[in-house]
Design a protein around this ligand. Structure first.
Ligand code: TXA
Ligand code: MG
Length: 319
């Protein structure tokens, strides 16, 4: 992780105050950030991403004290924040009636998704602006999330006013999203904090969201995080003319192979996932390959989130 200079943080903060869009590093993926209290700035996010307007955004705060200004922070939310913030846990909580966050952020829902990122540059920027930052992943809607400044440049180029360089994201997969209702904690999206970690901390199982209550937001659509090339899952070896995404000890003679983690480490795999998919996608285009074959990844721990993203990347495309 490289450290953004104070002058860059100041420049980014000025742009955000003026209603601009800044790509911000977080420990999960790069976010496309705007002042969450500025309607026009939030609208620009949807425009830049080509994202359907009705999908709600996460607001990024420095800590629980700041979150309490915008959402009703129940004792259970406070308990989870105490354990997992700053970090890749997003909580969906009731919006406070006196909150000045743009209604576009919650897209008509009476809840807001909130998280405190654990990246020094993101923290410094939020504190400098002292407003929450609305930020989805900094990629075109439906495409692979960015884990380096270069990924952002390739996907959004002229649509972003500044890219704050914080190096490669150390977790590499989006935050875990839970909804909190009274005493229920419901899993909405698996991500950088494992289900096990939350369940062990709470001493009970998480509830699953009934499909009807799951907003049809991009990260929950069947096809998402998708490369251009078709992706074939759970295969021990590539066919002729396929690139290969390996995991653990794999044998392949394909010259177009990358390994998520030769030692079978799931953290390393999560950190490499999106960068490797992008690289293999580029190789498919450059060498006219027919697609990407991917080795099976175990489901335990972060494997659940990795498999979730692989499954969505492999799903039939809607358009
Ligand atoms: O790690 C992350 O979460 C990254 C970084 C930048 O923080 N952000 C991210 O944002 O992945 P995005 O917009 O790509 O995904 C946010 C997800 C959406 O899929 C949406 O379903 C969910 O958050 N969401 C936001 N507000 C919600 C709400 N009020 N109720 C339910 N889900 C919500
Ligand atoms: Mg996204």
């Amino acid at each position: 992780m490289t450290k953004a200079a104070p002058a860059q943080i100041e420049q980014a903060a000025d742009l955000i105050r003026d209603g601009g869009l800044v790509a911000v590093p977080t420990e999960t993926v790069y976010g496309l950030a705007a002042d969450a209290t500025n309607d026009k700035a939030v609208a620009r996010i949807f425009e830049a991403k080509g994202r359907p307007q009705f999908n709600p955004l996460i607001i990024h705060v420095a800590d629980a004290a700041m979150a309490k200004r915008y959402v009703k922070f129940s004792p259970l939310a406070a308990k989870l924040a105490g354990e997992f913030w700053p970090g890749p846990l997003t909580m969906v909580l009731p919006r406070r009636a006196d909150s000045n966050t743009s209604l576009l952020v919650s897209a008509g829902l009476d809840t807001v998704a909130v998280r405190a990122p654990a990246h020094a540059a993101a923290q410094a920027l939020i504190r400098a602006v002292d407003h929450p930052l609305a930020a989805p992943s900094a990629n075109r809607s439906g495409a692979i999330s960015p884990t380096t400044p270069d990924h952002v440049r390739k996907s959004l180029r002229d649509k972003v006013d500044m890219i704050l360089d914080g190096g490669a994201c150390i977790i590499g997969i989006e935050s875990t999203i839970v909804a909190i209702n009274d005493n229920d904690v419901t899993m909405l999206r698996v991500g950088g904090i494992t289900r096990d970690a939350i369940e062990q901390f709470l001493g009970r199982s998480l509830a699953e969201a009934p499909i009807s209550q799951t907003p049809q937001a991009p990260g929950m659509l069947a096809s998402h995080y998708a490369p251009q090339a078709p992706l074939r899952l759970n295969t021990s070896a590539p066919r002729d003319g396929e690139a290969f995404l390996g995991f653990g000890e794999t044998e392949t003679t394909s010259p177009y192979a990358l390994n998520l983690s030769p030692s079978g480490d799931l953290r390393e795999s999560a950190a490499n996932l999106f960068a490797h998919l992008r690289r293999l996608d580029d190789l498919c285009a450059e060498h006219n390959l027919r697609g990407i074959a991917a080795a099976p990844v175990p489901h335990a721990g972060l494997g659940e989130a990795i498999n979730d993203r692989l499954k969505r990347a492999a799903a039939p495309r809607s358009a």
